[in-house]
Design a protein around this ligand. Structure first.
Ligand code: SAM
Length: 312
C-alpha cells in the first residue's frame, strides 16, 4: 500500500530514544512506521509494539515492518488502551514510548476522510471505524451552545459564538454533508484572512477533528498509561502539532517532575508528592531549516521527552 507520510523530527526522535538503549519500545502512533523502522534499524536488540487506530496505518505499518517481523508486532487500537494492548502480547512494562500524535499526511491528503478544508469530500474526520459520530453528525445535531464550546475550546477560535450561530442558521436550510460546504460558509462569513493569517476554516476544522476523535482525552489518558508502563530509566517522547496538545504534555511533565505541589504559601511541604520523571527537553525540540525545506508540515511539530525515575 502507498502510505504517504514523512516522519517528523526523525533524527532527534531516534537519537533521543536510542540513547536509552531500550529493549522494548511502544510506538503508540505507528502510522506508516517511519519512526518505528528507524528505531528497529538503529537498535538491533529491540522489540517494538506498534499501535494505531487507523486501518490504513495498520496495513501500511505491517507491510513496512515485514523485514522486522520477528521483532515487531502491530495492533489496532487507541493509545489510551496502551496497557491492555501491551498486556495482550504479554508486556507489563516497556522501556520507551513514542507518541507522534495527530493525523498523518495519508489521512489529511485523502479527501474521502474529510479532514481537510482544502479538498472537497464527506464531512467525516474519523480516524477509525469504532465511532459512528462524524464531523457532519456534530455540525448537524449539536446545539448552538455545544458547537460554540467545541469551536472555542478545541479550536481556540475567537469567533466561535458567531460561527456556531451561522452554522445553525445554514443547517436549518440544508444539513452539511461535505467539507466544501462547511469551508464555503466559513469563507463567506469570516473572509479570507483570519487569526494569525490562517485560512478561515483552520480552527473550526481542528476543533471538529478533536471532538470527533476525543483527541485531548485520549492524550491525557495515554500519558498516564505510558508512565505506568515505563520501566525505571525508560523514556517517553511525545510529538505534538498544536498548542492545546503541547500544553497537556507540558503540564503533565511539569506535574510529574515536581517534588512538591503544595500551595506556595505553605510553610512546610505536606503534599507527599514524589517526583516520577526527569524532563529531558527543557524546551521542546523543533524542526531545523533543512527539515522544514523538505517537509513544511514539520513547522508546528514539538518534541518533548522525559525519563522515568527509579522511585521506591
Ligand atoms: C503523525 S501520524 C504518525 C506517523 C508515524 N510516526 C510514522 O513515522 O509514520 C499519527 C498517527 O497516530 C494515529 N493516532 C492518532 N490518535 C490516536 C489514538 N488516540 N490512538 C491510536 N492511534 C492514534 C493516527 O491514526 C496516525 O496514523
Amino acid at each position: 500500500m502507498i502510505f504517504h507520510h514523512i516522519p517528523v523530527l526523525f533524527q532527534p526522535v531516534i537519537n533521543l530514544i536510542a540513547e536509552h538503549s531500550p529493549r522494548r519500545i511502544i510506538d503508540a502512533t505507528i502510522g506508516g512506521a517511519g519512526h518505528a523502522r528507524g528505531l528497529l534499524e538503529r537498535l538491533p536488540e529491540a522489540q517494538l509494539l506498534g499501535i494505531d487506530r487507523d486501518d490504513d496505518a495498520i496495513a501500511a505499518a505491517t507491510e513496512n515492518l515485514e523485514p522486522f517481523k520477528d521483532r515487531a508486532t502491530v495492533r489496532k487500537g487507541v493509545f489510551s488502551d496502551m496497557k491492555a494492548i501491551a498486556a495482550s502480547i504479554g508486556w507489563d512494562h516497556t522501556d520507551a514510548v513514542l507518541m507522534d500524535i495527530g493525523v498523518s499526511s495519508h489521512q489529511i491528503d485523502d479527501p474521502e476522510r474529510g479532514f481537510s478544508f482544502r479538498m472537497d469530500g464527506p464531512l467525516d474526520m474519523r480516524m477509525d471505524s469504532y465511532s459512528t459520530t462524524t464531523a457532519a453528525t456534530i455540525v448537524n445535531t449539536a446545539s448552538q451552545e455545544e458547537l460554540e464550546t467545541i469551536i472555542r475550546d478545541f479550536g481556540e477560535e475567537f469567533k466561535a459564538k458567531f460561527i456556531a450561530r451561522e452554522i445553525v442558521k445554514r443547517r436549518e436550510k440544508k444539513p452539511f454533508e461535505t467539507t466544501g460546504e462547511l469551508n464555503e460558509l466559513l469563507e463567506k462569513i469570516i473572509g479570507f484572512k483570519h487569526q494569525h493569517g490562517l485560512p478561515p476554516a483552520t480552527r473550526t476544522f481542528q476543533a471538529l477533528r478533536i471532538a470527533v476523535n476525543h483527541e485531548l482525552d485520549e492524550l491525557s489518558n495515554a500519558l498516564k498509561s505510558a508512565l505506568e508502563l515505563l520501566s525505571p530509566h525508560g523514556v517517553l517522547a511525545v510529538i505534538t502539532f498544536h498548542s492545546l496538545e503541547d500544553r497537556i504534555v507540558k503540564r503533565f511533565f511539569q506535574y510529574e517532575a515536581a517534588t512538591c505541589v503544595c500551595p506556595p504559601k505553605m510553610p512546610i511541604c505536606t503534599c507527599g508528592k514524589k517526583q516520577t520523571i526527569e524532563i529531558l527537553t527543557r524546551k521542546p525540540i523543533t524542526a531545523d531549516e533543512e527539515e522544514l525545506k523538505s517537509n513544511p508540515r514539520a513547522a508546528c511539530a514539538k518534541l518533548r521527552a522525559a525519563m522515568k525515575l527509579d522511585i521506591h
